[in-house]
Ligand binder design. Structure first.
Ligand code: FES
Length: 125
């Protein structure tokens, strides 16, 4: 059985092959939604974009992005902004099928400038 590690919550759960990430997270008591959206969401239809997560490890063990997910990540006004800087690791948990081990970061922060170059220490210090 694949293992899903929720990085922020420090929780590891075993899920059946092909399980839906959003449902397994909710079963394990891990919320994929920011507080306001816990009740205001599309219930897993891939419309609202509030269930977005970052896949830190194991992207190859998940299904390919669904059409609904690609449309949402590229065209939904809020989700489009959230994707900046996380282009290769952001997924909508309601559209993710788990086929192997993976590490997931829930409720990712916005990173509107891509890489935060101003936060890096000076090169000579
Ligand atoms: S729950 Fe709305 S997009 Fe996933």
């Amino acid at each position: 059985m694949p293992k899903v590690t929720f990085v922020k919550e420090k929780k590891e759960v075993e899920v059946p092959v092909g399980a839906n990430l959003r449902l397994e997270a909710l079963k394990a008591g891990v919320s994929v939604y920011p507080p306001l959206n816990h009740y205001l969401n599309c219930m897993g239809f891939g419309l609202c974009g509030t269930c977005r997560v970052l896949v830190k490890k194991g992207m190859e063990n998940l299904n390919a992005k669904t059409l609904m997910e690609r449309v949402n990540l590229n065209a939904h006004p809020l989700t489009m902004l959230a994707v900046i800087g996380h282009e290769n690791e952001m997924r909508l948990s309601c559209q993710v099928q788990v086929n192997g081990d993976c590490s997931i970061e829930t409720k990712p922060a916005f990173n509107l400038n891509g890489e935060n170059f101003w936060q890096k220490p000076y090169p000579n210090k």
